[in-house]
Design a protein around this ligand. Structure first.
Ligand SMILES: *[C@@H]1O[C@H](CO)[C@@H](O)[C@H](O)[C@H]1NC(C)=O
Ligand SMILES: *[C@@H]1O[C@H](CO)[C@@H](O)[C@H](O)[C@H]1NC(C)=O
Ligand SMILES: *[C@@H]1O[C@H](CO)[C@@H](O)[C@H](O)[C@H]1NC(C)=O
Ligand SMILES: *[C@@H]1O[C@H](CO)[C@@H](O)[C@H](O)[C@H]1NC(C)=O
Ligand SMILES: *[C@@H]1O[C@H](CO)[C@@H](O)[C@H](O)[C@H]1NC(C)=O
Ligand SMILES: *[C@@H]1O[C@H](CO)[C@@H](O)[C@H](O)[C@H]1NC(C)=O
Length: 490
């Protein structure tokens, strides 16, 4: 097997070299045009050595450029085989210093491909990975076990553009290079009910440990953008995510049954929740039983007119606990940190701490929903009642708001331990009913206008709502300076 594989790699390389030689032997006019259009392809040409510094959790001993594998960055040629061959080649270094795939300037059209362990995918500044719209290039994969079906419909789902399973130490980073999902094609098919399978995500890493995604721009994902699932020890940092505000399900960052997550310095404009923490859906999530926990979110800026800045749920059937969000800015979004759950979900949402939110133009500052109407099928257990307890919000300033709060727990199973302190809400126009609360219990202090009666007012002098002062394992993760040296070991 091994021998066969390396033989086919050498064949690919010989072919690539031959193509390169052919290209250079074409008339000079042709050559000059190629150079002008795709300068990056020349930078990384065999024989030339390029070096630069970048920051990452881990550096790699072996490097290769996509251009070495026959990649063509013209925005039209499929590079699926080149990406797959490059990752396959670099996977041989997983236990000997790791490998890095450099994606040079250019527009690299591709179908889905998977990453490997001890691996870095680096996108140079003017590199754009473009998701192909040729559906035959998108493999159909099994639904997630904790969901039981695809999110868009029963059955399987299209693979994610960049995927990987059972990996350790994966880095996707760059000099603010771009991954463009070209989602318009998928959104219109989705709206027209013309898709047989659930849309793919832009990045999905499953059953993986040590995932670092940083310094990139993600555009127009077919659906969710970043989806780590059944994974732990994750940093998402310095990511810009852009999608039209009415595009369907273009959630930004969705940690799903994940532990030890740090999301920071991200700017997200999307058609769905900017960040959504999840852990499986009804009976499938309950039986999988894997929570999302120990999650830090800081310095997030969000624009999401029809959705939440941070959503907890609605799929939370493995449980969600210990989420710490701070320094959150939102403009023109529907709600701040929203809890979404329903009878049938089971599990819990507990120990959620939020402080320092600055919000401008919101429908609801606080929103909790105990009857979120979405189930995978009708087999959910009506006695699986989710517990929502220990939810703290403090230091919130919100302007141009329609309603301060809409807090709806579950009848006979109220949401408890809600604490809201030091909050100022200013309205678009005077509101007759600024707070609407049912089936919730807790306390409030220093809230203007005063909170609803079930949140007992402890007076402006009361202690603020809690925010943990201990540090989490992900706080300690540091990044190092690495040097990229384009070697010709590829
Ligand atoms: C992102 O890039 C900035 C410089 O542009 C750098 O300071 C930072 O460490 C990088 N972040 C990561 C996680 O690599
Ligand atoms: C990527 O990995 C997933 C999960 O292991 C697998 O189902 C899929 O077929 C792989 N895709 C490719 C293109 O190899
Ligand atoms: C990946 O890990 C999961 C969870 O440990 C396991 O169930 C699955 O079989 C593994 N898949 C592969 C391809 O090793
Ligand atoms: C990265 O690119 C996006 C899109 O062009 C831009 O909005 C953002 O400011 C850039 N980020 C950095 C750190 O340069
Ligand atoms: C109340 O919140 C404001 C900002 O939202 C902050 O400046 C102030 O220090 C807070 N007061 C207390 C007592 O925490
Ligand atoms: C205030 O919110 C309304 C929507 O409720 C919006 O139309 C208006 O532009 C906002 N005004 C400002 C100053 O942001």
């Amino acid at each position: 097997m091994e021998l066969q594989r390396s033989r086919s790699i050498s064949l690919t390389l010989i072919l690539a070299t031959w193509l390169l030689l052919m290209a250079t032997s074409i008339g000079p006019a042709e050559c000059i045009r190629r150079k002008r259009q795709y300068p990056g392809a020349d930078e990384s040409r065999k024989g030339e050595v390029s070096t630069f510094k970048y920051t990452a959790a881990n550096c790699r001993a072996h490097t290769a450029s996509l251009a070495d594998f026959g990649g063509v960055g013209d925005g039209a040629t499929s590079n699926t085989a080149a990406f797959r061959a490059a990752v396959s080649h670099l996977s041989q270094f997983s236990s000997s210093g790791g490998g890095m795939l450099f994606v040079p300037a250019g527009r690299w059209l591709t179908g889905p491909f998977n990453l490997t362990s001890s691996f870095t995918l680096f996108l140079d500044r003017d590199a754009v990975i473009l998701a192909t719209q040729d559906t035959s290039e998108w493999p159909i994969i099994e639904p997630l076990p904790s969901y039981g079906r695809g999110r868009d419909g029963p059955g399987g789902r299209y693979s994610s553009l960049i995927g990987g399973s059972n990996l350790t130490d994966v880095i996707i980073t760059g000099n603010n290079g771009t991954i463009d999902g070209q989602g318009e094609f998928w959104w219109s098919k989705f709206h027209g009910n013309k898709l047989k399978y659930t849309r793919g995500y832009l990045i999905e890493l499953m059953h993986s440990n040590q995932i670092f995604i940083s310094n990139l721009t993600l555009l127009n994902s077919p659906a969710w953008n970043i989806h780590p699932v059944y994974s732990s020890n994750i940093v998402v940092s310095g990511i810009t995510i852009l999608a039209p505000v009415h595009s369907p399900n273009t959630d930004g960052i969705n940690p799903d049954s994940c532990s030890n997550v740090r999301i920071e310095d991200c700017y997200i404009v999307s058609g769905d929740d900017c960040v959504a923490i999840k852990s499986g859906w009804d009976e499938y999530g309950i039986s999988y039983g894997m929570p999302s926990q120990h999650i830090i979110i800081r310095r997030l800026t969000c624009i999401s007119p029809t959705s939440a800045v941070i959503a907890l749920g609605s799929e939370m059937s493995g449980g969600i606990q210990d989420v710490r969000a701070e320094d959150i800015t939102a403009i023109d979004s529907e709600s701040g940190v929203r809890i979404k759950t329903a009878v049938g979900r089971g599990a819990y949402v507990k120990d959620i701490y939020v402080r320092r939110m600055n919000l401008n133009t919101m429908k609801w500052v606080f929103w909790m929903t105990g009857n979120y109407k979405s189930h995978p099928d009708d087999k959910y257990d009506p006695s699986a009642i989710p517990v929502v307890d220990g939810i703290s919000y403090s230091e919130v300033v919100a302007y141009n708001v329609t309603m301060a709060a809409r807090l709806e727990g579950i009848p006979n199973a109220p949401f408890t331990g809600i604490c809201i302190s030091n909050v100022t809400v200013e309205f678009v126009k005077p509101s007759k009913l600024p707070w609407y609360c049912t089936d919730v219990k807790g306390v409030s202090s220093g809230v203007t206008p005063a909170a609803c009666a079930p949140l007992l007012d402890e007076g402006a002098g009361a202690a603020p709502c809690p925010f943990p002062s201990d540090t989490l394992p992900m706080d300690a993760v540091e990044f190092q300076q690495c040097t990229y040296m384009k070697s010709n070991d590829a």
